[in-house]
Design a protein around this ligand. Structure first.
Ligand code: GLY
Ligand code: MN
Ligand code: MN
Length: 490
């Protein structure tokens, strides 16, 4: 970052809280300028603000949390900025637990549920207020609003979020002095954790994290709506990519990554995870995010990408497309097997079904095809029992989806992997077959082919709804869809 974009205070001074500085001692700033900067600013306080759409949902989630941990102080930080390289930070992404309980995404904020003497909790949000103009903070501090943009005042935040707000700079001292049981969601705010070092235990904090992971398994109507929005934007992003496959062939996988990213940034907050834009043999690398390889006609393109909405719900969708617009004979054979496996998996997504059922159903199809092709010795039961198909299927067939792409990850095994599907859960079904380019155990024609098909399903009262059904999946439908988009390209 250029020098002129660095606040004028020398480093030693900058580390001191501005409020402790003596008036008139701004280094490099004349008294007259300092005085001048204090005044002449309009009152921009926003009045009559309406609560954000999910304020009521967040309040219900806090009430459930309050019931689970009576009498305990619960501390849920939003997280802090992380340095990418000197003077530059990674784009901030608020902690999922904090977003779930507040609907807010402000860095440095902390939600505290304070136990009330008569039972229940009072929620308080600790956050930075507007920058002070009297002490110069707004223009001399790198976190001042002149540098990072206008913040909501505490009163504005209260109106928007429906939670009383306090200045976060007093929180660490308050927490240090507080008595009584306390738990914190770890891993997001080192200063908050430091203030609580002597009061918390890893085991009790983990119980809080587990609760918040399991609570997210069943989505409310707002969340389902957001996930549908994420998927709808993602569908448009996939269409964008198909329309620029000629440009990708002239450059690299990066053109695909950039094209999808544009859609994600314009319609949402970001991508929900690093886009996997894997052409040719890169498709056999599960998390290929370098995206620096060539895109060649005759190869497959495995695109695994998801738009994250402004409220931070993400889609997670994969299509494996023939760059030329038509699958070769062997590509189609592999693709159709994965499609068949996905169909079997999706049919097993039903309320009351075991979570594992859809995985088992898909794996059975893939194992059968591998036996049929002579790649692994049958019978299929033997293959499944020994898990021999996994050399080529590699990963589980899906996962919960929500604010995190791999949502609910801290849930207990009995509540998730060994659990039962319920209406309102949203999960991916994403079988794949991956034949590494150097896998000498498969016929040569399979080597370097990787196929995954991934859709996002809502468990309903009587079955499921495929939120990503707008993207074609069957091989002939994919080809027809690509031909239509290529014709639009002209
Ligand atoms: N995109 C990561 C996954 O499919 O799980
Ligand atoms: Mn996935
Ligand atoms: Mn995916």
């Amino acid at each position: 970052m250029a020098d002129e974009l660095t606040p004028e205070t020398p480093e030693a001074e900058a580390e001191e809280p501005i409020k402790q500085r003596k008036n008139g001692l701004y280094p490099g700033v004349s008294d007259e300028l300092a005085e001048n900067m204090k005044s002449g600013w309009a009152d921009t306080e926003l009045r009559d603000l309406k609560p954000i759409e999910q304020a009521g949902n967040a309040a219900r989630r806090r009430a459930a949390l309050s019931e689970r941990f009576p009498g305990e102080r619960l501390v849920i930080p939003a997280g802090t900025l992380k340095t990418r390289s000197n003077d530059t930070e990674y784009p901030f992404r608020a902690a999922t637990e904090y977003v779930y309980l507040t609907g807010d995404q402000t860095d440095g904020s902390v939600l505290v549920l304070e136990p009330r003497s008569g039972g229940g909790h009072e929620a308080v949000l600790h956050r930075l207020p507007r920058s002070d103009r009297e002490n110069g903070e707004f223009w001399l501090n790198g976190m001042g609003e002149l540098w990072v943009g206008r913040r909501h005042s505490l009163a504005e935040s209260e109106a928007l979020l429906g939670v009383p707000c306090k200045d976060v700079r007093e929180l660490a001292d308050t927490l240090r002095e507080a008595t009584g049981p306390v738990r914190v969601v770890r891993g997001h705010d080192a200063a908050v954790e430091e203030a609580l070092t002597d009061k918390v235990t890893a085991e009790r904090d983990e119980e809080l994290r587990v609760y918040l992971s399991e609570a997210r398994a069943v989505k409310d109507d707002f969340e389902v709506g957001e996930l549908q929005k994420a998927v709808d934007s993602t569908v448009r992003g996939f269409e964008d990519v198909v329309k620029v496959l000629d440009k990708a062939q002239a450059t690299s996988e990066r053109w695909i990554e950039g094209t999808f990213f544009l859609r994600a940034r314009v319609e949402g907050n970001d991508v929900g995870y690093g886009s996997i834009c894997a052409a040719g043999p890169h498709a056999t690398t599960l998390h290929w995010v370098r995206n620096d390889g060539p895109v060649r006609s005759g190869d497959l393109l495995l695109l695994d990408a998801g738009v994250e909405t402004h409220t931070l719900y993400t889609a997670d969708v994969t299509r494996t497309l023939p760059v030329s617009g038509t699958y070769s004979e062997v590509q189609r054979r592999v693709y159709d097997a994965v499609y068949e496996a996905q169909e079997a998996g999706m049919a097993a997504v039903q309320p009351g079904a075991k979570y594992r059922d859809f995985h088992d159903a898909a794996q059975r199809v893939l194992a059968a095809r591998l036996v049929e092709w002579g790649i692994v010795e049958g019978p299929v039961e033997r293959v499944l029992e020994l898990g021999l198909q996994r050399r080529w299927t590699l990963h589980g067939t899906g996962h919960m989806l929500g604010l995190d792409v791999h949502d609910c990850a801290a849930a207990r095994t009995e509540a998730y992997v060994n659990g039962t599907l319920e209406p309102g859960m949203v999960l991916t079904v994403e079988p794949g077959l991956y034949f590494q380019a150097d896998d000498l155990t498969v016929p040569e024609e399979y080597r370097g082919i990787g196929v995954r098909i991934e859709d996002d399903l809502l468990v309903t009262e009587d079955g499921n709804r495929n939120l990503s059904a707008a993207l074609p999946r069957r091989s002939d439908e994919v080809e027809a869809w690509m031909a239509r988009l290529a014709a639009e390209r002209g």
